[in-house]
Design a protein around this ligand. Structure first.
Ligand code: PGA
Ligand code: ZN
Length: 473
């Protein structure tokens, strides 16, 4: 289309005149800026280009970053990646060429965006999230997004969501709330990782994470302070007991002391909470990630120990008893993946005790069918939401609806391989999930999520509501 045809089609001469008149009426001190903003609003935005590149996540492993261009700006998003993966989650496309980044390159996913996805999306309105996501699903044609790669699709989906918010001139969390329909935004309770173990650290601790939840805070800013102070007290407690070398941190920033039992690690955390002065205001959550150490029907608590004696195997019944005792002796309110991901029998039995929130991560893989089954069988009562296991913003919203309709809790989660994208912070507020797990209150890629929540709380001002004691939502 020639410029003249474009001007005629959009009646820009008339709109320019309107903009000049509006600037005069508004007595603006900066007419050029006023007129250009006015003109920008008068043309509906469309996607003009989608350009991806390979970047690195926080572990130094390749991942996808995308710049989605509209005629109003450029919107950037990148996707995380984790250790755990399962057959029910969306497929992360990796090149597999062992000579390049040890097979972890994402050049194919990047190419899929730059060629096929870009071609399919150019001209679309960025506010129409579900149509954009559907266009990519249709293009992929596979059930688990293995053709284009869920890493490619999600990066574009998030970037489009940011562009949609900008087009509507609303904050990202507000746009997400609109997509969900009728949600009043709330700030989630952060679950800060303070001790790392399992596959996330080189110590002997079998359990993957011990987290602290400042449920007794009144605002998010206070929760961040409480969590951070406790984290620093914990560093001092560990140093006194084991020396500074045990203060090395795991992939999500939690300390990785070489403790020999769950109980020993929990004692350290309890002492740190006490020293920080937050007993009764901070509660504890565990991510056992028990699939990592389930051998047949038994659980090997020494699975990382170099001197395995083979003495520390527990049956699933023993594990139930252990959890019962720990919940009694420590302020534990939530346990994630307490059993192997296929051990439905014991997770059901444990959930039925009602001792604490039971979160399904590896059990569910954020998969709608697994969630359905878990709802029907009362297997757990909270969803760990890993957005890259789902693949599009629209489907993420659907699984959150599914969990909420079952009156489950929802924990929006980072992955161990993170980027500086803070989308999950806005997502948590927009969907009003009660909990967010984004690692320790340190390390840039973790902090970016928490700091975005601070900014949102500040922006909401008097309207800001921190979930606090209502963290189960
Ligand atoms: P992952 O761990 O990102 O390594 O899968 C996160 C979790 O298990 O919660
Ligand atoms: Zn987990």
């Amino acid at each position: 289309m020639s410029v003249q045809e474009y001007l005629d089609k959009h009646m820009l001469s008339r709109k320019l005149e309107d903009a000049v008149n509006a600037a005069v009426r508004a007595k603006t001190p900066d007419p050029v800026l006023f007129i250009s903003n006015h003109m920008k609003k008068s043309v509906q935005s469309v996607i003009t280009k989608v350009k991806a590149r390979q970047i690195l996540d926080s572990r130094g492993i390749p991942t996808v970053e995308v710049d989605l261009h509209t005629n109003k700006g450029v919107f950037r998003a990148s996707v995380p990646s984790g250790d755990s993966s399962g057959m029910y989650e969306a497929v992360e496309l990796r090149d597999g060429d062992k000579g390049v980044y040890l097979g972890n390159g994402v050049a194919k996913a990047v190419k899929n965006i730059n060629d096929k996805i870009s071609e399919a999306l150019v001209g679309m309105d960025p506010t129409l999230q579900s149509q954009i996501d559907q266009a990519m699903i249709d293009l992929d044609k596979t059930e688990k997004k293995g053709e284009l790669g869920a890493n490619a699709i999600l990066a574009v989906s998030i970037a489009a969501c940011k562009a949609g918010a900008a087009e509507k001139e609303v904050p990202l969390y507000r746009h997400i709330a609109d997509l969900y329909g009728k949600v009043s935004p709330m700030l989630p309770v952060p679950a800060f990782t303070v001790i790392s173990g399992g596959k996330h650290a080189g110590n002997n601790l079998a359990i993957q994470e011990i987290m602290i939840l400042p449920t007794g805070a009144n605002r998010f800013v206070e929760a961040l302070q409480m969590g951070t102070e406790t984290y620093h007290h914990l560093k001092a407690v560990i140093t006194e007991k084991y020396g500074t070398h045990d203060c090395n941190v795991g992939e999500s920033g939690g300390f990785a002391p070489n403790v020999s039992s769950f109980r020993e690690a929990l004692d350290l955390v309890k002492e740190a909470i006490r020293r920080a002065g937050y007993t009764d205001k901070i509660q504890i959550a565990l991510d056992v990630a028990a699939t990592n150490f389930c051998i047949g029907t038994r659980y090997d608590l020494d699975f990382k120990s170099p001197q395995k004696s083979g003495q520390n195997f527990l049956s699933a019944e023993d594990m139930v008893e252990l959890y019962r005792e720990l919940c009694n002796d420590f302020p534990i309110v939530s346990i994630e993946d307490p059993f192997d991901k296929e051990d439905w029998e014991h997770i059901k039995r444990f959930s039925s005790t009602g001792i604490c929130q039971v979160v399904g991560d590896d059990l569910l893989m954020s998969n709608a069918k697994r969630i359905d089954r878990a709802i029907l069988e009362y297997a757990c009562n909270a969803l760990l939401l890993k957005i890259n296991q789902v693949g599009t913003v629209t489907e993420v919203i659907e699984v959150v609806k599914q969990a909420k309709e079952a009156h489950w809790g929802v924990v929006t989660s980072h992955r161990c391989g993170e980027t500086i994208d803070s989308f999950i912070a806005d997502l948590s507020v927009g969907l009003s999930v009660g909990q967010i797990k984004a690692g320790a209150p340190c390390r840039g890629e973790r902090l970016e999520k928490y700091i975005q929540l601070l900014r949102i709380e500040e922006e909401l001002g008097d309207q800001a509501v921190y979930c606090g004691v209502d963290w189960k939502q």
